[in-house]
Design a protein around this ligand. Structure first.
Ligand code: CP
Length: 311
């Protein structure tokens, strides 16, 4: 594996290697001294053309924990505003010696394009509405930790599937790992291509919820919408929001996930988001270990990820 562009590129063995490596690295993250020299001398560029809280900071922390040098590039405040292209920006950063480029961009396919231009590893941190593979990896890692397995899990992904790169990457990875996924959304927020995806489809959240081991709620991405996709936010929330009443109908042991950012009161109530069954904060914590694992594996790591740093 040279780049991480799509969750669908990962074989079962490759995905399990990332998850197992992340589990090994998580042991170090639990210690008081969290830094170790595995990527000393390597340079990681975070190239972000879209806003981010979790993904950018966790990639930065992941690289720094392994002693890499990190360049944080944000399109805002850069020469992008003067008309510089993605290709020229990337080649400029490569000329500074980037071994890995983490890219978030508003255009689907941008990470693939970048991989054809630069010598280093490219990690897709979200390309438009297309894919977000490290989010899927950290979600699956969290499911494996909480539920003890991924194979055979029944996972409902609920909300704005149409604009969600998280949904597509999760469907692909969960299918590879043997989970059964059902996408739930209003018909207007379901992609027309969804019959070709390896998952089931439903428009009825109340029918799917009691049969689910994992319920992943997605934000309505208003910033990507040019049209009205549902009558009102209140109507959407009434039919597709996870509120106290629906939460009470989950089966014992079921968990609630959300990739963030959440809009409390819209797709998920505050009470549900803060409940013991919610994995929202664990997902963020696990994101650091998973991104460490991906950086380690792509930037030439071999043997044990923690070398002689283990206990
Ligand atoms: N889940 C996720 O990608 O969050 P950010 O947009 O804050 O990175």
């Amino acid at each position: 594996m040279r780049h991480l562009l799509s969750a669908g590129d990962l074989t079962r063995d490759e995905a399990v290697l990332v998850l197992d490596t992340a589990a090994e690295l998580a042991r170090i993250s639990g210690r008081s001294v969290k830094k170790f020299p595995t990527l000393r001398g390597r340079t990681v560029v975070n190239l972000f053309y879209e806003d981010s809280t979790r993904t950018r900071t966790s990639f930065e922390l992941a690289a720094k924990r392994m002693s890499a040098d990190v360049i944080n590039f944000s399109a805002k405040g850069s020469s992008v505003s003067k008309g510089e292209s993605l290709k020229d920006t990337a080649l400029t950063l490569q000329a500074m010696g980037a071994d890995g480029v983490v890219i978030r961009h508003g255009s689907a396919g941008s990470a693939h394009r970048l991989a054809g231009w630069v010598d280093g590893a490219v990690l897709n941190a979200g390309d438009g509405t297309h894919e977000h593979p490290t989010q899927a990896l950290l979600d699956v890692y969290t499911m494996r930790e909480r539920m003890g397995r991924v194979d055979g899990l029944r996972v409902a992904i609920v909300g704005d599937i149409l604009h969600s790169r998280v949904a597509r990457s999760n469907v692909l990875l969960l299918h590879t790992l043997g989970a059964e996924v059902t996408l739930v959304a209003p018909p207007t927020l379901m992609p027309v291509s969804v019959p070709t995806w390896p998952c089931a489809v439903s428009y009825d959240l109340d029918e799917v919820l009691p049969k689910s081991d994992v319920v992943m709620m997605l934000r309505v991405q208003a910033e990507r919408m040019k049209d009205a996709f549902f009558p009102t936010a209140r109507e959407y929330s009434r039919r597709y929001g996870l509120d106290r009443d629906r939460f009470a109908r989950l089966q014992d042991g079921a968990i609630v996930m959300h990739p963030g950012p959440m809009v409390r009161g819209m797709e998920i109530s505050a009470e549900v988001a803060d409940s013991a069954r919610s994995t929202v904060n664990e997902q963020v914590t696990n994101g650091v270990s998973v991104r460490m694992a991906v950086l380690y594996l792509l930037l030439g790591g071999s043997g044990s990820a923690i070398g002689n740093q283990g206990d």
